[in-house]
Design a binder for this molecule. Structure first.
Ligand code: FAD
Length: 487
Protein backbone atom coordinates (compact mmCIF):
# COMPACT_ATOMS: atom_id res chain seq x y z
CA UNK A 1 0.00 0.00 0.00
CA UNK A 2 1.20 3.48 -0.85
CA UNK A 3 0.08 5.76 2.00
CA UNK A 4 0.82 9.47 2.17
CA UNK A 5 0.26 11.44 5.35
CA UNK A 6 0.09 15.21 5.02
CA UNK A 7 1.03 17.25 8.11
CA UNK A 8 3.87 16.41 10.49
CA UNK A 9 2.31 17.61 13.75
CA UNK A 10 1.69 15.10 16.52
CA UNK A 11 -1.44 13.76 14.77
CA UNK A 12 0.37 13.09 11.47
CA UNK A 13 3.43 11.68 13.22
CA UNK A 14 1.26 9.36 15.31
CA UNK A 15 -0.62 8.24 12.21
CA UNK A 16 2.75 7.48 10.56
CA UNK A 17 3.89 5.57 13.66
CA UNK A 18 0.74 3.46 13.91
CA UNK A 19 0.63 2.78 10.16
CA UNK A 20 4.22 1.53 10.22
CA UNK A 21 3.61 -0.58 13.30
CA UNK A 22 0.42 -2.09 11.89
CA UNK A 23 1.99 -2.87 8.52
CA UNK A 24 4.82 -4.71 10.29
CA UNK A 25 2.44 -6.63 12.54
CA UNK A 26 0.17 -7.63 9.66
CA UNK A 27 2.91 -8.17 7.11
CA UNK A 28 1.41 -5.63 4.75
CA UNK A 29 3.93 -4.03 2.37
CA UNK A 30 3.78 -0.29 3.07
CA UNK A 31 5.30 2.62 1.21
CA UNK A 32 4.83 5.48 3.66
CA UNK A 33 5.46 9.14 2.91
CA UNK A 34 5.05 11.94 5.44
CA UNK A 35 4.91 15.49 4.09
CA UNK A 36 5.39 18.58 6.25
CA UNK A 37 5.31 22.18 5.03
CA UNK A 38 7.42 23.58 7.86
CA UNK A 39 11.12 23.11 8.50
CA UNK A 40 10.60 21.11 11.70
CA UNK A 41 8.59 18.08 12.78
CA UNK A 42 6.00 18.34 15.54
CA UNK A 43 3.75 21.22 14.38
CA UNK A 44 2.60 22.97 17.55
CA UNK A 45 5.05 20.92 19.60
CA UNK A 46 8.22 22.99 19.59
CA UNK A 47 10.83 22.79 22.31
CA UNK A 48 13.83 25.13 22.58
CA UNK A 49 16.65 23.84 24.78
CA UNK A 50 18.69 26.90 25.55
CA UNK A 51 21.16 27.88 28.31
CA UNK A 52 19.98 24.97 30.46
CA UNK A 53 16.29 25.90 30.09
CA UNK A 54 13.65 23.72 28.47
CA UNK A 55 11.34 26.21 26.76
CA UNK A 56 8.11 24.95 25.25
CA UNK A 57 6.70 27.15 22.51
CA UNK A 58 3.37 25.32 22.26
CA UNK A 59 2.03 22.60 24.54
CA UNK A 60 4.04 21.97 27.69
CA UNK A 61 2.38 18.86 29.10
CA UNK A 62 -0.27 16.25 28.33
CA UNK A 63 -3.12 14.82 30.30
CA UNK A 64 -2.43 11.29 31.58
CA UNK A 65 -6.09 10.50 32.27
CA UNK A 66 -6.57 10.03 28.52
CA UNK A 67 -4.27 7.06 27.86
CA UNK A 68 -3.08 7.64 24.30
CA UNK A 69 -0.08 9.94 24.84
CA UNK A 70 1.26 8.00 27.80
CA UNK A 71 0.79 4.70 25.97
CA UNK A 72 2.62 6.04 22.94
CA UNK A 73 5.53 7.27 25.11
CA UNK A 74 5.77 3.80 26.65
CA UNK A 75 5.80 2.17 23.20
CA UNK A 76 8.50 4.59 22.06
CA UNK A 77 10.67 3.69 25.07
CA UNK A 78 10.47 7.14 26.69
CA UNK A 79 7.87 6.25 29.34
CA UNK A 80 10.54 6.33 32.06
CA UNK A 81 11.41 9.91 31.12
CA UNK A 82 7.95 11.28 31.93
CA UNK A 83 7.71 13.77 34.81
CA UNK A 84 4.60 14.84 36.67
CA UNK A 85 3.96 18.34 37.97
CA UNK A 86 5.73 19.40 41.17
CA UNK A 87 3.70 18.06 44.14
CA UNK A 88 5.34 20.55 46.53
CA UNK A 89 3.79 23.80 45.25
CA UNK A 90 0.33 23.17 43.89
CA UNK A 91 -1.14 26.68 44.24
CA UNK A 92 -2.89 28.07 41.22
CA UNK A 93 -4.11 31.64 41.29
CA UNK A 94 -6.80 33.65 39.57
CA UNK A 95 -6.35 37.33 38.87
CA UNK A 96 -9.30 39.05 40.52
CA UNK A 97 -9.63 42.84 40.61
CA UNK A 98 -5.90 43.09 39.80
CA UNK A 99 -4.67 40.85 42.59
CA UNK A 100 -3.89 37.15 42.81
CA UNK A 101 -6.43 35.01 44.63
CA UNK A 102 -6.00 31.29 45.28
CA UNK A 103 -8.15 29.06 43.12
CA UNK A 104 -10.51 27.35 45.60
CA UNK A 105 -9.38 23.85 46.54
CA UNK A 106 -11.50 20.90 45.45
CA UNK A 107 -12.37 21.72 41.85
CA UNK A 108 -13.33 18.63 39.87
CA UNK A 109 -13.20 19.16 36.10
CA UNK A 110 -13.31 22.94 36.76
CA UNK A 111 -16.48 22.69 38.92
CA UNK A 112 -16.49 23.26 42.70
CA UNK A 113 -16.43 19.84 44.36
CA UNK A 114 -15.84 20.98 47.95
CA UNK A 115 -18.12 23.33 49.88
CA UNK A 116 -15.89 25.08 52.45
CA UNK A 117 -13.29 26.52 50.03
CA UNK A 118 -16.12 27.94 47.93
CA UNK A 119 -17.73 29.55 50.98
CA UNK A 120 -14.39 31.17 51.82
CA UNK A 121 -13.22 32.30 48.36
CA UNK A 122 -13.05 36.06 47.73
CA UNK A 123 -13.70 35.38 44.02
CA UNK A 124 -17.46 35.59 44.65
CA UNK A 125 -19.71 37.75 46.84
CA UNK A 126 -22.00 36.10 49.43
CA UNK A 127 -24.96 36.56 47.07
CA UNK A 128 -23.05 34.99 44.19
CA UNK A 129 -22.19 32.04 46.44
CA UNK A 130 -25.87 31.63 47.33
CA UNK A 131 -26.61 31.55 43.61
CA UNK A 132 -24.33 28.51 43.26
CA UNK A 133 -26.49 26.79 45.89
CA UNK A 134 -29.49 27.06 43.55
CA UNK A 135 -27.75 24.47 41.39
CA UNK A 136 -28.81 21.80 43.92
CA UNK A 137 -32.53 22.50 43.41
CA UNK A 138 -32.90 23.85 39.87
CA UNK A 139 -34.71 21.44 37.51
CA UNK A 140 -32.68 19.52 34.93
CA UNK A 141 -32.98 20.95 31.42
CA UNK A 142 -34.96 18.62 29.17
CA UNK A 143 -34.01 17.59 25.65
CA UNK A 144 -30.77 17.01 23.80
CA UNK A 145 -30.24 20.49 22.39
CA UNK A 146 -26.68 21.74 22.62
CA UNK A 147 -25.96 25.00 24.45
CA UNK A 148 -22.88 27.14 25.04
CA UNK A 149 -20.60 26.48 27.99
CA UNK A 150 -21.21 30.04 29.20
CA UNK A 151 -24.97 29.62 29.05
CA UNK A 152 -24.84 26.26 30.81
CA UNK A 153 -22.72 27.42 33.77
CA UNK A 154 -24.73 30.65 34.07
CA UNK A 155 -27.98 28.65 34.06
CA UNK A 156 -26.80 26.29 36.80
CA UNK A 157 -24.50 28.44 38.96
CA UNK A 158 -24.85 32.09 37.97
CA UNK A 159 -22.93 34.44 35.70
CA UNK A 160 -20.30 35.43 38.29
CA UNK A 161 -19.19 31.80 38.76
CA UNK A 162 -18.79 31.51 35.01
CA UNK A 163 -16.86 34.77 34.62
CA UNK A 164 -14.63 34.60 37.70
CA UNK A 165 -13.92 30.87 37.87
CA UNK A 166 -14.86 28.73 34.88
CA UNK A 167 -14.09 31.13 32.01
CA UNK A 168 -10.39 31.64 32.86
CA UNK A 169 -9.87 27.89 33.35
CA UNK A 170 -11.58 27.07 30.07
CA UNK A 171 -9.60 29.79 28.27
CA UNK A 172 -6.37 28.05 29.27
CA UNK A 173 -7.48 25.07 27.19
CA UNK A 174 -9.35 26.52 24.21
CA UNK A 175 -8.43 30.22 24.19
CA UNK A 176 -12.10 30.38 23.31
CA UNK A 177 -15.22 32.37 23.94
CA UNK A 178 -17.28 30.27 26.34
CA UNK A 179 -20.47 31.96 25.20
CA UNK A 180 -19.89 30.41 21.77
CA UNK A 181 -18.23 27.08 22.62
CA UNK A 182 -20.43 24.01 22.24
CA UNK A 183 -20.91 22.26 25.58
CA UNK A 184 -21.45 18.97 23.77
CA UNK A 185 -18.13 19.22 21.91
CA UNK A 186 -15.96 20.63 24.71
CA UNK A 187 -17.17 19.54 28.15
CA UNK A 188 -19.93 16.95 27.57
CA UNK A 189 -19.37 15.42 31.02
CA UNK A 190 -20.73 18.61 32.65
CA UNK A 191 -24.10 18.05 31.03
CA UNK A 192 -23.83 14.38 32.12
CA UNK A 193 -23.40 15.60 35.73
CA UNK A 194 -26.62 17.57 35.41
CA UNK A 195 -28.52 14.67 33.87
CA UNK A 196 -27.17 11.99 36.21
CA UNK A 197 -27.10 13.83 39.55
CA UNK A 198 -29.68 16.57 38.94
CA UNK A 199 -26.96 19.10 39.82
CA UNK A 200 -23.55 20.10 38.52
CA UNK A 201 -22.10 20.58 42.00
CA UNK A 202 -23.39 17.22 43.20
CA UNK A 203 -21.60 15.53 40.28
CA UNK A 204 -18.40 17.45 41.00
CA UNK A 205 -18.53 16.60 44.72
CA UNK A 206 -18.88 12.90 43.88
CA UNK A 207 -16.03 13.10 41.38
CA UNK A 208 -13.78 14.99 43.79
CA UNK A 209 -14.39 12.43 46.57
CA UNK A 210 -13.70 9.53 44.19
CA UNK A 211 -10.46 11.23 43.11
CA UNK A 212 -9.31 11.73 46.71
CA UNK A 213 -10.10 8.06 47.46
CA UNK A 214 -8.20 6.90 44.37
CA UNK A 215 -5.22 9.03 45.38
CA UNK A 216 -5.24 7.49 48.84
CA UNK A 217 -5.00 4.00 47.38
CA UNK A 218 -2.74 4.71 44.37
CA UNK A 219 -0.66 7.59 45.72
CA UNK A 220 -0.95 11.10 44.33
CA UNK A 221 0.44 10.69 40.85
CA UNK A 222 0.25 13.76 38.67
CA UNK A 223 -2.39 13.78 35.97
CA UNK A 224 -0.11 15.97 33.78
CA UNK A 225 3.03 14.48 32.28
CA UNK A 226 5.91 15.64 30.13
CA UNK A 227 9.28 14.16 29.07
CA UNK A 228 12.49 15.40 30.75
CA UNK A 229 13.74 17.64 27.96
CA UNK A 230 10.34 18.63 26.62
CA UNK A 231 7.56 17.29 24.42
CA UNK A 232 9.90 17.36 21.43
CA UNK A 233 11.25 14.08 22.82
CA UNK A 234 8.06 12.42 21.60
CA UNK A 235 8.51 13.93 18.16
CA UNK A 236 12.18 12.90 18.02
CA UNK A 237 11.38 9.35 19.10
CA UNK A 238 8.66 8.95 16.43
CA UNK A 239 10.90 10.39 13.70
CA UNK A 240 13.72 8.01 14.71
CA UNK A 241 11.30 5.07 14.56
CA UNK A 242 10.04 6.10 11.12
CA UNK A 243 13.58 6.54 9.81
CA UNK A 244 14.56 3.10 11.10
CA UNK A 245 11.60 1.68 9.21
CA UNK A 246 12.41 3.39 5.92
CA UNK A 247 9.54 5.84 5.75
CA UNK A 248 10.02 8.75 3.36
CA UNK A 249 10.04 11.89 5.50
CA UNK A 250 9.95 15.26 3.75
CA UNK A 251 10.22 18.61 5.52
CA UNK A 252 9.65 21.94 3.74
CA UNK A 253 7.18 20.17 1.50
CA UNK A 254 3.92 22.09 1.24
CA UNK A 255 0.97 20.37 -0.39
CA UNK A 256 -1.07 22.59 -2.68
CA UNK A 257 -4.02 20.42 -3.67
CA UNK A 258 -5.33 16.91 -4.05
CA UNK A 259 -7.04 15.24 -6.97
CA UNK A 260 -8.63 11.80 -6.77
CA UNK A 261 -9.36 9.37 -9.60
CA UNK A 262 -12.48 7.35 -8.91
CA UNK A 263 -12.84 3.65 -9.63
CA UNK A 264 -15.73 2.77 -11.89
CA UNK A 265 -18.14 0.11 -10.57
CA UNK A 266 -16.35 0.15 -7.23
CA UNK A 267 -17.07 -2.61 -4.73
CA UNK A 268 -18.87 -2.69 -2.31
CA UNK A 269 -21.25 -0.50 -4.26
CA UNK A 270 -21.91 2.05 -1.50
CA UNK A 271 -18.23 2.99 -1.25
CA UNK A 272 -17.06 5.99 -3.20
CA UNK A 273 -13.66 4.54 -4.02
CA UNK A 274 -10.81 6.67 -5.20
CA UNK A 275 -8.23 4.35 -6.76
CA UNK A 276 -5.49 6.94 -6.73
CA UNK A 277 -4.74 10.30 -5.17
CA UNK A 278 -2.60 12.85 -6.96
CA UNK A 279 -0.88 15.15 -4.49
CA UNK A 280 0.28 18.40 -6.02
CA UNK A 281 3.11 20.13 -4.16
CA UNK A 282 3.94 23.80 -3.94
CA UNK A 283 7.07 23.26 -6.08
CA UNK A 284 4.90 22.11 -8.98
CA UNK A 285 5.66 18.36 -8.71
CA UNK A 286 3.01 15.72 -8.12
CA UNK A 287 3.11 12.55 -6.00
CA UNK A 288 0.64 9.71 -6.14
CA UNK A 289 -0.78 7.52 -3.37
CA UNK A 290 -3.40 4.80 -2.89
CA UNK A 291 -4.50 6.31 0.40
CA UNK A 292 -4.13 9.67 2.09
CA UNK A 293 -4.41 10.83 5.70
CA UNK A 294 -4.81 14.58 6.04
CA UNK A 295 -3.37 15.64 9.41
CA UNK A 296 -3.41 19.35 8.61
CA UNK A 297 -5.61 21.98 10.31
CA UNK A 298 -9.25 21.58 9.18
CA UNK A 299 -9.22 24.76 7.05
CA UNK A 300 -6.05 23.58 5.23
CA UNK A 301 -7.59 20.14 4.63
CA UNK A 302 -10.63 21.99 3.26
CA UNK A 303 -8.47 23.92 0.79
CA UNK A 304 -6.63 20.79 -0.32
CA UNK A 305 -9.87 18.87 -0.96
CA UNK A 306 -11.72 21.70 -2.69
CA UNK A 307 -11.55 20.11 -6.14
CA UNK A 308 -12.34 16.40 -5.56
CA UNK A 309 -14.74 16.83 -2.62
CA UNK A 310 -16.22 20.34 -2.50
CA UNK A 311 -18.93 19.48 0.05
CA UNK A 312 -16.42 18.02 2.47
CA UNK A 313 -14.12 20.99 1.87
CA UNK A 314 -16.92 23.38 2.72
CA UNK A 315 -17.66 21.58 6.02
CA UNK A 316 -13.96 21.53 6.96
CA UNK A 317 -13.62 25.25 6.42
CA UNK A 318 -16.47 25.90 8.85
CA UNK A 319 -14.25 25.01 11.85
CA UNK A 320 -12.91 28.39 13.07
CA UNK A 321 -9.39 28.74 14.48
CA UNK A 322 -7.97 31.36 16.85
CA UNK A 323 -4.40 32.71 16.92
CA UNK A 324 -2.40 32.62 20.08
CA UNK A 325 1.15 33.23 21.30
CA UNK A 326 3.41 32.29 24.18
CA UNK A 327 6.24 34.35 25.59
CA UNK A 328 8.77 32.61 27.84
CA UNK A 329 10.91 34.71 30.14
CA UNK A 330 13.78 33.55 32.34
CA UNK A 331 15.10 35.48 35.36
CA UNK A 332 17.62 35.07 38.11
CA UNK A 333 15.69 34.14 41.25
CA UNK A 334 17.28 37.13 42.96
CA UNK A 335 15.49 39.42 40.45
CA UNK A 336 12.04 38.28 41.54
CA UNK A 337 10.22 40.41 44.11
CA UNK A 338 7.97 37.51 45.22
CA UNK A 339 8.34 33.73 45.32
CA UNK A 340 6.70 31.81 42.49
CA UNK A 341 4.95 29.47 44.93
CA UNK A 342 2.62 27.65 42.54
CA UNK A 343 1.87 26.69 38.95
CA UNK A 344 0.90 30.23 37.97
CA UNK A 345 -2.32 32.16 37.39
CA UNK A 346 -5.20 32.48 34.97
CA UNK A 347 -6.80 35.77 33.97
CA UNK A 348 -10.58 36.11 33.50
CA UNK A 349 -11.65 37.91 30.32
CA UNK A 350 -13.49 40.38 32.55
CA UNK A 351 -10.14 41.65 33.92
CA UNK A 352 -9.54 43.23 30.49
CA UNK A 353 -5.92 42.11 30.14
CA UNK A 354 -4.26 41.14 26.86
CA UNK A 355 -2.68 38.04 28.43
CA UNK A 356 -4.83 35.09 29.43
CA UNK A 357 -2.53 33.17 31.77
CA UNK A 358 0.97 33.00 33.16
CA UNK A 359 2.56 29.66 34.00
CA UNK A 360 5.37 29.56 36.55
CA UNK A 361 7.12 26.88 34.57
CA UNK A 362 10.15 26.36 36.81
CA UNK A 363 7.88 25.74 39.81
CA UNK A 364 5.48 23.51 37.90
CA UNK A 365 8.37 21.54 36.35
CA UNK A 366 11.55 22.34 38.35
CA UNK A 367 13.79 20.45 35.89
CA UNK A 368 13.04 23.03 33.18
CA UNK A 369 15.32 25.76 34.59
CA UNK A 370 18.85 25.61 35.99
CA UNK A 371 19.45 26.10 39.72
CA UNK A 372 19.04 29.74 40.76
CA UNK A 373 16.78 30.72 37.83
CA UNK A 374 13.05 30.99 37.22
CA UNK A 375 11.18 30.43 33.98
CA UNK A 376 7.74 31.96 33.34
CA UNK A 377 5.46 31.65 30.34
CA UNK A 378 2.77 34.17 29.41
CA UNK A 379 -0.13 33.14 27.13
CA UNK A 380 -1.56 35.80 24.85
CA UNK A 381 -4.61 35.82 22.58
CA UNK A 382 -8.11 34.49 22.88
CA UNK A 383 -11.21 34.38 20.72
CA UNK A 384 -12.60 37.84 20.08
CA UNK A 385 -9.41 39.69 21.12
CA UNK A 386 -7.23 38.97 18.06
CA UNK A 387 -7.59 42.45 16.62
CA UNK A 388 -6.50 44.12 19.87
CA UNK A 389 -3.06 42.50 19.78
CA UNK A 390 0.04 43.36 17.77
CA UNK A 391 1.24 39.96 16.65
CA UNK A 392 4.92 40.78 16.21
CA UNK A 393 7.66 39.54 18.55
CA UNK A 394 8.37 43.00 19.93
CA UNK A 395 4.70 43.76 20.67
CA UNK A 396 4.12 40.36 22.27
CA UNK A 397 7.23 40.65 24.43
CA UNK A 398 5.97 44.03 25.60
CA UNK A 399 2.55 42.63 26.51
CA UNK A 400 4.18 39.76 28.45
CA UNK A 401 6.60 42.01 30.32
CA UNK A 402 3.81 44.46 31.18
CA UNK A 403 1.69 41.60 32.46
CA UNK A 404 4.31 40.25 34.87
CA UNK A 405 5.29 43.77 35.92
CA UNK A 406 1.70 44.65 36.84
CA UNK A 407 0.87 41.38 38.55
CA UNK A 408 4.18 40.14 39.93
CA UNK A 409 6.21 43.34 40.10
CA UNK A 410 8.99 41.92 37.89
CA UNK A 411 10.86 44.76 36.20
CA UNK A 412 14.33 43.23 35.62
CA UNK A 413 15.63 42.47 32.13
CA UNK A 414 14.95 38.80 31.32
CA UNK A 415 18.02 36.55 31.17
CA UNK A 416 16.47 34.69 28.21
CA UNK A 417 13.26 35.41 26.30
CA UNK A 418 11.49 33.50 23.56
CA UNK A 419 8.34 34.44 21.61
CA UNK A 420 6.25 31.89 19.70
CA UNK A 421 3.37 33.04 17.54
CA UNK A 422 0.77 30.46 16.59
CA UNK A 423 -1.39 31.78 13.79
CA UNK A 424 -4.80 30.12 13.48
CA UNK A 425 -3.72 27.44 15.90
CA UNK A 426 -6.59 26.73 18.26
CA UNK A 427 -9.74 25.24 16.72
CA UNK A 428 -12.95 26.49 18.25
CA UNK A 429 -15.60 23.85 18.81
CA UNK A 430 -18.40 26.39 18.71
CA UNK A 431 -22.14 25.78 18.75
CA UNK A 432 -22.88 23.82 15.58
CA UNK A 433 -19.59 21.86 15.77
CA UNK A 434 -21.41 18.51 16.24
CA UNK A 435 -23.33 19.22 12.99
CA UNK A 436 -20.10 20.03 11.16
CA UNK A 437 -18.71 16.67 12.32
CA UNK A 438 -21.86 14.89 11.11
CA UNK A 439 -21.51 16.53 7.70
CA UNK A 440 -17.80 15.62 7.52
CA UNK A 441 -18.48 12.00 8.50
CA UNK A 442 -21.34 11.67 6.01
CA UNK A 443 -19.01 12.53 3.12
CA UNK A 444 -15.85 10.92 4.43
CA UNK A 445 -17.10 7.58 5.77
CA UNK A 446 -17.90 6.12 2.34
CA UNK A 447 -14.39 6.93 1.07
CA UNK A 448 -12.09 4.16 2.32
CA UNK A 449 -8.86 5.65 0.98
CA UNK A 450 -9.12 9.01 2.74
CA UNK A 451 -9.00 9.87 6.45
CA UNK A 452 -8.58 12.97 8.60
CA UNK A 453 -6.65 13.41 11.83
CA UNK A 454 -5.74 16.31 14.09
CA UNK A 455 -7.08 18.81 16.52
CA UNK A 456 -9.90 20.22 14.42
CA UNK A 457 -12.47 17.56 15.19
CA UNK A 458 -12.81 15.56 18.42
CA UNK A 459 -10.31 16.94 20.92
CA UNK A 460 -7.50 19.47 20.85
CA UNK A 461 -5.20 17.97 23.50
CA UNK A 462 -2.16 15.93 22.56
CA UNK A 463 -3.71 12.60 23.65
CA UNK A 464 -6.78 13.24 21.48
CA UNK A 465 -4.61 14.19 18.49
CA UNK A 466 -2.58 10.99 18.89
CA UNK A 467 -5.77 8.98 19.11
CA UNK A 468 -7.11 10.68 15.97
CA UNK A 469 -3.99 9.54 14.10
CA UNK A 470 -4.48 5.97 15.28
CA UNK A 471 -8.17 5.98 14.34
CA UNK A 472 -7.34 7.34 10.86
CA UNK A 473 -4.89 4.47 10.36
CA UNK A 474 -7.53 1.94 11.48
CA UNK A 475 -9.84 3.25 8.77
CA UNK A 476 -7.23 3.06 6.02
CA UNK A 477 -6.11 -0.44 7.02
CA UNK A 478 -9.69 -1.68 7.29
CA UNK A 479 -10.02 -0.76 3.65
CA UNK A 480 -6.74 -2.49 2.88
CA UNK A 481 -7.96 -5.69 4.58
CA UNK A 482 -11.22 -5.41 2.67
CA UNK A 483 -9.45 -5.13 -0.66
CA UNK A 484 -7.25 -8.12 0.15
CA UNK A 485 -10.22 -10.37 0.94
CA UNK A 486 -11.90 -9.26 -2.30
CA UNK A 487 -8.91 -9.92 -4.53
C1 FAD B 1 0.31 27.63 22.69
C2 FAD B 1 -0.36 26.28 22.77
C3 FAD B 1 -0.35 25.58 23.97
C4 FAD B 1 -0.94 24.33 24.04
N1 FAD B 1 -0.86 23.62 25.21
C5 FAD B 1 -1.26 22.33 25.25
C6 FAD B 1 -0.94 21.50 26.35
O1 FAD B 1 -0.26 21.92 27.30
N2 FAD B 1 -1.35 20.20 26.32
C7 FAD B 1 -2.03 19.69 25.26
O2 FAD B 1 -2.39 18.50 25.29
N3 FAD B 1 -2.33 20.44 24.17
C8 FAD B 1 -1.94 21.74 24.13
N4 FAD B 1 -2.17 22.49 23.01
C9 FAD B 1 -2.91 21.90 21.88
C10 FAD B 1 -2.04 20.94 21.07
O3 FAD B 1 -0.70 21.34 21.12
C11 FAD B 1 -2.46 20.91 19.60
O4 FAD B 1 -3.85 20.77 19.50
C12 FAD B 1 -1.79 19.75 18.87
O5 FAD B 1 -0.39 19.79 19.04
C13 FAD B 1 -2.15 19.84 17.39
O6 FAD B 1 -1.56 18.77 16.70
P1 FAD B 1 -1.96 18.48 15.18
O7 FAD B 1 -1.03 17.46 14.68
O8 FAD B 1 -3.42 18.25 15.08
O9 FAD B 1 -1.74 19.87 14.44
P2 FAD B 1 -0.42 20.71 14.14
O10 FAD B 1 0.54 20.57 15.25
O11 FAD B 1 -0.93 22.06 13.79
O12 FAD B 1 0.19 20.00 12.86
C14 FAD B 1 -0.30 20.22 11.56
C15 FAD B 1 0.89 20.25 10.64
O13 FAD B 1 0.45 20.37 9.29
C16 FAD B 1 1.41 21.16 8.61
N5 FAD B 1 0.81 21.70 7.39
C17 FAD B 1 -0.12 22.68 7.28
N6 FAD B 1 -0.43 22.90 6.01
C18 FAD B 1 0.30 22.03 5.27
C19 FAD B 1 0.41 21.76 3.87
N7 FAD B 1 -0.32 22.44 2.97
N8 FAD B 1 1.27 20.79 3.45
C20 FAD B 1 2.01 20.09 4.36
N9 FAD B 1 1.94 20.30 5.70
C21 FAD B 1 1.10 21.25 6.14
C22 FAD B 1 1.76 22.24 9.62
O14 FAD B 1 2.98 22.88 9.29
C23 FAD B 1 1.82 21.44 10.91
O15 FAD B 1 3.11 20.98 11.20
C24 FAD B 1 -1.58 23.76 22.90
C25 FAD B 1 -1.60 24.47 21.69
C26 FAD B 1 -0.97 25.71 21.61
C27 FAD B 1 -0.97 26.45 20.30
Amino acid sequence: MKLTIIGGGIAGLSAAYYATKKAKEQNIPLELTLLEADSHWGGKIKTDRVEGFVIEGGPDTFLATKPWAKDLCNELGIGERLHGTNPEAKNTYVLHKNRLVNLPEGLAMMIPGKVMPMLKTPLLTPLQKLRIGLDFILPVKKGDDDESLGNFITRRMGRATYENLIEPLMSGIYAGDGDKLSLQSTFPYLRDFERKYGSLARGAIKMYRARVKAQQTRGSRSIFLTPTTGLAEMVEAIVAYLEENNATLRLGCKVKRLEGSQVENSQPSNLQTFKQWDIELDDGTTLSADSVILATPAFVSGDLLASPLPELAEALKRVPYVSTATVSLAYKLSDLPRPLDGYGYVIPRSEGREALACTWTSTKFPHRAPEGYALLRVFIGRAGQENDISWNDEGLLKIARNEIKETLGITAEPFVSRVFVWENAMPQYNLGHPDILKQIDATLDPIPSLALAGNGYRGIGIPDCIHSGEVAVEKIFKHEGLEETQS
